[in-house]
Design a binder for this molecule. Structure first.
Ligand code: PBG
Ligand code: ZN
Length: 326
């Protein structure tokens, strides 16, 4: 034992621990996801995600106010459309559900940052993130036709008031396509938060209940990344950076802490981590059973994402965490 080296000296008092703490989670780090549905006065709890609701636009506005009052800087919007079709009309239509929600929120709470998730899976009849040939049951998503639809979706979301466009479909070239579309439509100043390293994960299960976006056949492994790959994540982010991404996301977060770290090291852009639905549901389930201390586990988990390199954390725990941090 070396008497000069006693790390415990700095752990002896809570204020001392506070002084030397390297990573401090704050409410500014958080982004809260919201699910918009058609109708009025609707708040329908998602079975697999206690505390998370599908909300009609009026309720989304109420929730946005509450989120803003808690000091959370932004929300990300997902939409469940009235109708789904092969062209994902609900995604890019100017009267789409996310467009309506974005406009209403910006009108009611102009200071709250509205991020629009830009993907087709909630809007296609088959539930895939891109365009498929009619009658194709093999699930071969066509890359370039999808880019055209994503471009239209992004422009329409920006027009509706979205402050940030967040494409999540893992199509090749989607950042460039969307950047071009936004610039041509006069939205040169609208940033793109790219879901750059998004893995084909089983942790998305509860989200697909919430967003009603489970693929009707096949899976997403031909476009989302293989969980075994880390170097490929760097390739993905390099492409997205070259195409003009302003921020990069890693998703999921918990099983991919190393990827958050690597992405942080490999780029100078802000890094976002998506603490996905399955991660939320596991904590909730254990907490509801009295097996873990929810508050402590959530703060520890979110602090871990930040320590790994996340500058922004998208999380269904955001409102609770904001309360606990205040
Ligand atoms: C789809 C999309 C997914 C999530 C957000 N957008 C996953 C998927 O179904 O592939 C997952 C979010 C979560 O699990 O919380 N583009
Ligand atoms: Zn999708």
């Amino acid at each position: 034992m070396f008497p000069n080296h006693r790390p415990r000296r700095l752990r002896s008092h809570s204020q001392l621990r506070r002084m030397v703490r390297e990573t401090v989670l704050t409410t500014s780090d958080l982004i809260y996801p919201l699910f918009a549905v058609p109708g009025e006065a609707i708040a329908k709890e998602v079975k697999s995600m206690p505390g998370v609701y599908q909300l009609s636009v009026d309720k989304i506005v109420e929730e946005a106010k509450a989120v803003y009052d808690l000091g959370i800087p932004g929300i990300i919007l997902f939409g469940i459309p009235e109708d789904k079709d092969i062209e994902a009309t609900g995604a890019w239509h100017d009267c789409g559900i996310v467009q309506k929600a974005a406009t209403a929120v910006k009108e009611a709470v102009p200071e709250l940052i509205v991020i629009a998730d830009t993907c087709l899976c909630e809007y296609t009849s088959h539930g895939h993130c891109g365009y498929l040939e009619v009658g194709d049951l093999t699930g071969r998503v066509l890359n370039d036709p999808t880019l055209e639809l994503l471009k239209k979706t992004a422009v329409s979301q920006a027009k509706a008031g979205a402050d940030i466009i967040a494409p999540s479909g893992m199509m090749d070239g989607f950042v460039q396509a969307i950047r071009t579309g936004l610039d041509e439509a006069g939205y040169e100043d609208t940033p793109i938060l790219s879901y750059a390293a998004k893995y084909a994960s089983s942790y998305y299960g509860p989200f697909r209940d919430a967003a009603e976006s489970t693929p009707q056949f096949g899976d997403r492994r031909t476009y989302q990344m293989d969980p075994g790959n880390a170097r490929e994540a760097i390739k993905e982010i390099e492409l997205d950076i070259a195409e003009g991404a302003d921020m990069l996301m890693v998703k999921p977060a918990l099983a991919y802490m190393d990827i958050i770290w690597r992405v942080k090291e490999a780029s100078n852009l802000p890094v976002a981590a998506y603490n996905v639905s399955g991660e939320y549901s596991m904590i909730k389930a254990a907490a509801l059973n009295g097996w873990i201390d929810e508050q402590r586990v959530v703060i520890e988990t979110l602090t871990g994402f930040k320590r790994a390199g996340a500058d922004l954390i998208l999380t269904y725990h955001a409102k609770d965490a904001a309360r606990w941090l205040s």
